[in-house]
Write a protein that binds this ligand. Sequence first.
Ligand code: MLT
Length: 397
Amino acid sequence: MATINENFLKLESSYLFSTIAKKVNAYKEANPDKKIIRLGIGDVTQPLAPAVIEAMHKAVDELSTESTFRGYGPEQGYDFLRKAIAENDFIKRGININIDEVFVNDGAKSDTGNIGDIFSTDNIVCLTDPVYPVYMDSNTMAGRKIIYSPCNAENNFVAALPKEHVDIIYLCYPNNPTGTVITRDQLKKWVDYALANQAIILYDAAYEAYIQEENIPHSIYEIEGAKKCAIEFHSYSKTAGFTGVRCGYTIVPKELDTLRSLWLRRQTTKFNGTSYIQQRAAEAIYSEEGKKQVKKTIQYYMENARLMRETFASMGFDVYGGVNAPYIWIKVPEVAQEGVSSSWSFFDKLLTLANVVGTPGVGFGAAGEGYFRFTAFGKREDCIEALERIKAVKDLL
Ligand code: MLT
């Protein structure tokens, strides 16, 4: 008899953003006349950069003639993209990354979830809390022990190093969901911990393109010794609006040669590469025009973030994030009733009173209780209208 992986039974019955979508759809069905503004899931709203569109059209044309047609590509990505990544995202920043350390994928979610395949299930995992649910769910599926390092206003959203021994550490900076960042000195402490404890850091840099301030690390490899202990994940979803296109990459450094070989082995078996069209699209964001166009869109979202930060602060909320990241994290009023979550209560009130959707902080982990996340990826007019609606019902929230 085929038996199931019982670890799946330990998961929440549905993925956070699916639960939210179900609630919103039920409300919409019951109230078809209401215009709902969605600032929940971090999905982009601005069209792709013209340079990207042009590259995709060209790639499609190439596939239409026998002489330029391509079938299966290399599982780890075409060299033209791996080269553009190594040069633009690393070498220009003084980080020595070779193209065979670059693994192109269909987005950071897949690789941050799949990377566990190359690690033993006995490894103890450390997650900051609140956390992107993929790290928690994928390790729960594998049956690994997880310990949490809480991040909240009391510790300025800086996670403490684990007190007990851990083998794998997930860090995401700029952080999803809190929108906060890590300094070089703080990140160095994690690298030093990992080196001293022979632990591996899985560093999710999906939001690095949103960093506005100087001196915030864009890559963990800016920290000395990190190539001996860290794997890094990047995504074009947020950088270049590829949430629907799907492309990203993972760096597994040569210094971690066993892990690099295992990851290559894993990918060649289970992954057939990202399409030629997507990879040409990704390459186009590194052209001079592409860089300018992508930057302009990022500035658009960061202006949303500024508006949201300032408006929530003017309403009296404690506001975090939104300076170097497209997420705003606010403290919500406490609900005195026992067993009632302040985060979910705020979600329900916001949906029914203002018809605005956000994400309850507790959905990202226990330490997110009492907080709420808004994405800055909405359209400007929707952000403005949502803020006006929230202002109008503020006293009822
Ligand atoms: C989020 O809203 O946290 C992100 O959109 C999720 C993701 O990138 O998969």
